[in-house]
Design a protein around this ligand. Structure first.
Ligand code: NAD
Length: 489
């Protein structure tokens, strides 16, 4: 089963790239295990995918949204039927432990069901006109052909967050997944085909970001780009996309504030889950813990005891708490940041090494005595490394939280309702959790960040806004010429 050759999906057919080249997807827990060989697509493949998406657009957007939703319900059924198989695939391809991988599939199922329902609620507004016998309203229109570019860390959920809303709004799609998780993407597209999606509506082109991704970003017939990935790539995309509608979901440097009145057991649960879940490779991972100095030492001891017990291993084993990093470069990056942290004067309480294991593992690491200007407290590491930043009071905690360029997720642990509400008001982030970790989004609520995390909002009704245009409609049934702003009596 492993090592098979997979193809691009263009105009409803599985085809080879005319590049004649392939690349492999590896299991990061067992890097010698090749999961499959994938087409190294190129500009010509993108061209063909755009042609197919263009051909399919009129008939797809002409199907009513509730009927488009019925296909998504079939997708949800197929995802459910294959949930365990898909979860194992997620674990094999990017390393997250099996329980979290099941969550990835479940998020795609939830999204399909939720968005199918939105097909019956693609609301516009009606509002009174300033003139008599005239009606004003807004309706939603598809954008056109959408280019979807996704990362590897939620290999089914992130594509689902983009593909399903784009489809319900009547768009057609050219989809380029991360080259670390092409197999999950291929399975998602297979399921869309099995659910009866007409040919050309979704097209899959695997291959490098610099060529396939960039050809999508620059293509003049593509009207919208929805990108999730690093800030570095997002900045390049924005420069090259021209006048397209562009949605960016980028990195984070998320923090958890732990006040002196917090329930420390609850807070340590939150830090362990937020900091080391998915091996720290979530955009919402808690990589900073801003801790009140009065409880700092006690909290450090509690965390170290918990971290000692975390078991590294293959995510498919039920005994594993923390899986590998996605690839060798990620492992080297974590090691590099440990060295940077030490050089900048932070102290390691536990971890900090590459263990002697076959996969791309890294020890769950806790730094303390960090200051907000240190690079480990500012830059996205995307590994199991958490920096503890001591503060003397609530105001300093909020300043520390807001001291980074990113603004995705945040959390505060406190029993003081006043502080909780002040934190909700003053933290610069797209998400704030009270007495809960930085992760745990639900699909019917909007998700996204502020500052350099980007400005897109996915999921919830805001997710529909990302993938539709609003048209304003005036219907004058007065039977005469009425002039807004001029006929004022
Ligand atoms: P990445 O930026 O390296 O790659 C993301 C996608 O962009 C991949 O498909 C890649 O091939 C493509 N790409 C790369 N260069 C490109 C180019 N020049 N033009 C067009 N496409 C290009 O990110 P990654 O390593 O796959 O993912 C990790 C990053 O994603 C982290 O920064 C993480 O915080 C972020 N992320 C953000 C969210 C969010 O919702 N905010 C969610 C998940 C991940």
């Amino acid at each position: 089963m492993f090592g098979s050759k997979y193809k691009l999906y263009i105009d409803g057919k599985w085809v080879n790239s005319n590049s004649g080249q392939t690349f492999s997807s590896l299991n990061p827990a067992k890097p010698k295990q090749v999961l499959g060989r994938f087409q190294k697509g190129n500009e010509n493949d993108v061209e063909k995918a755009v042609e197919a998406a263009e051909k399919a657009f009129d008939s797809w957007s002409d199907i009513t949204a509730p009927k488009r939703g019925l296909i998504l319900l079939k997708v949800a059924e197929l995802l459910k039927k294959n949930k365990e198989k898909l979860a194992k695939l997620v674990t094999r391809e990017m390393g997250k432990v099996i329980a979290e991988a099941r969550g990835d599939v479940q998020e795609a199922i939830d999204m399909a069901e939720y968005i199918a329902g939105e097909g019956r609620r693609l609301f516009g507004h009606t509002t009174p006109s300033e003139l008599r016998n005239k009606m004003c309203m807004t309706i939603r229109m598809p954008v056109g052909i959408f280019g979807l570019i996704t990362p590897w860390n939620f290999p089914l959920a992130v594509p689902a967050w983009k593909i399903f809303p784009a489809l319900i709004c009547g768009n057609t799609i050219v989809f380029k997944p991360s080259s670390d998780t092409p197999l999950c993407a291929t399975k998602m597209v297979e399921i869309l085909g099995m659910a009866g999606l007409p040919k050309g509506v979704v097209n899959l082109v695997t291959g490098p970001g610099g060529s396939v991704g960039m050809s999508i970003v620059k293509h003049r017939k593509i009207r919208g780009i929805s990108f999730t990935g690093s800030k570095f790539t997002g900045e390049t995309i924005v420069k090259e996309a021209g006048l397209k509608k562009v949605g960016l979901e980028m990195g984070g440097k998320n923090g958890i504030i732990v006040m002196d009145d917090a329930n420390l057991v609850l807070a340590s649960d939150g830090v362990i889950w937020g900091g080391y879940g998915t091996t720290g490779q979530r955009c919402t991972a808690a990589s900073r813990v801003i801790v009140h100095e009065k409880i700092k030492e006690k909290f450090e001891m509690m965390l170290v005891q918990r971290i000692k017990k975390l078991r590294l291993g293959d995510g498919l084993k039920s005994t594993t708490d923390v899986g590998p990093l996605v690839n060798k470069a990620a492992q080297e990056k974590s090691m590099n940041y440990v060295e940077i942290g030490l050089r900048d004067g932070a102290k390691i309480l536990i971890g900090g090494r590459i263990p002697k294991m076959k996969g791309f593992f890294f020890e769950p690491t806790l730094f303390t005595n960090c200051t907000i200007d240190m690079r480990i407290a500012q830059e996205e590491i995307f590994g199991p490394i958490v920096s503890l930043i001591p503060v003397k009071d609530f105001d300093e905690a909020i300043d520390a939280m807001n001291s980074v360029e990113y603004g995705l997720s945040s959390a505060i642990y406190t029993e003081d309702i006043r502080k909780a509400f002040l934190a909700i008001q003053h933290i610069e982030a797209g998400l704030t959790y009270v007495n809960s970790s930085t992760i745990g989004s639900e699909v019917h609520l909007p998700f996204g960040g502020v500052k350099h995390t980007g400005h897109a909002r996915e999921a919830g009704i805001e997710g529909i806004n990302e993938f539709s245009e609003t048209k304003t409609v005036y219907v004058d049934y007065s039977g005469r010429l009425q002039k807004a702003q001029i006929d004022i009596t």
